[in-house]
Write a protein that binds this ligand. Structure first.
Ligand code: CP
Length: 333
């Protein structure tokens, strides 16, 4: 593995990396995962200090960055939305300069993508995107590692994303999938199709990688022969007033056993970035059920708990892939 072009870089979006560079993160994650399972330590960030900035709640991303930091020998410092002045009483530029004087790397989760770009521009240290409104690139790495673990390859994989086609996860999977040569299909209502510039970018990558890009509202067409069906929540963080509209638009796109059977592929896998609304074990789920009479949303409990579902491998892989990103961009490998 060659890390020379990755060292010192920020990780903000898939589109900023070549196919080879993106695959290097996944290969390194495989190695680090294997080492962790064998109890082999890999303290590539010994003595470093890492700021973890979260303007939104998180289970997987926060825990993955924290555990990855500690496994790599670094110290993680969590800074929640009310802990620092980022953009409120201090400009992002000034905060970035201060954090860059004290920390060796910065993770950011928030709303506007511009904020993570400004942190990268002004801090002078690698900045890693833990999710913005536009992209969720550390999620893509974990998803693709999970695909590789199940199919032994990424190239040519028929990867179908079903649901809200213009959210950050869909954007990232569309561009990331095209970058690595997948046959990426987005199935969503036309009003939730990805932005045209994202589609054009993905098509450019697909032309170079031998991949394919399809955007369609026809679920049957999209899932035919699928290796992977992926979905995400119907309403993203900050859009909670849109539930009624999204339920009506996205109910035909629910991942259920009928959809799984339509793939015609017994070996297909189901992925979800989580958290998922697949039962009534959450306050949110119960509230939606009371208001809209819907006990399951984007995926049925049957599919979520089936042998097709690899969602917890995928969640674990957040840690191994995030570790790879930090080690490759900041570590001495
Ligand atoms: N998938 C994901 O980003 O999970 P969290 O919101 O829990 O970090």
């Amino acid at each position: 593995m060659d890390f020379t072009t990755l060292k010192g870089r920020s990780f903000l979006a898939e589109k900023e990396f070549s196919r080879e560079e993106f695959l290097t993160f996944i290969e390194l994650a495989e190695k680090l995962k294997d080492e962790k399972k064998k109890g082999i330590t890999h303290r590539h960030l010994e003595g470093k200090n890492i700021a973890l900035l979260f303007e939104k709640p998180s289970t997987r991303t926060r825990c993955a960055f924290t555990v990855a930091c500690i496994d790599l020998g670094a110290h993680p410092e969590y800074l929640g939305k009310d802990d620092i002045q980022l953009g409120k009483k201090e400009s992002i530029e000034d905060t970035a300069k201060v954090l860059g004087r004290m920390f060796d790397g910065i993770e950011f989760r928030g709303f506007e993508h511009k904020k993570v770009q400004m942190l990268a521009e002004h801090s002078g240290v690698p900045v890693w995107n833990g999710l913005t409104d536009m992209w969720h690139p550390t999620q893509t790495l974990a998803d693709f590692l999970t695909v590789k673990e199940n199919f032994g390859k990424l190239e040519g994989i028929k990867f179908v994303y079903v649901g809200d086609g213009r959210n950050n996860v869909a954007n990232s999977l569309l561009v990331g999938g095209a970058l690595v040569g997948m046959d990426v299909r987005i199935a969503s209502p036309e009003s939730l199709f990805p932005e045209q510039d994202v589609v054009e970018l993905a098509k450019e990558y697909a032309a170079q990688s031998g991949g394919k890009v399809t955007i369609t509202s026809n679920v049957d067409e999209a899932v035919a022969g699928a290796d992977v069906i992926y979905t995400d929540v119907w309403v993203s963080m900050g859009e909670e007033d849109k539930f009624a509209e999204r339920i009506s638009l996205l109910s035909p796109y629910q991942v259920n056993m009928e959809m799984v059977k339509k793939t015609g592929n017994n070996d297909m896998i189901f992925l979800h970035c989580l958290p998922a609304f697949h039962d009534l074990e959450t306050a949110y789920g119960r509230d939606i059920n009371e208001k809209h009479g819907l006990p399951e949303m984007e995926v049925t409990d049957e599919v979520f708990r089936s042998n097709h579902s690899k969602v917890f491998d995928q969640a674990e892989n957040r840690m191994h892939t995030i570790k790879a990103v930090m080690a490759a961009t900041l570590g001495n490998l």
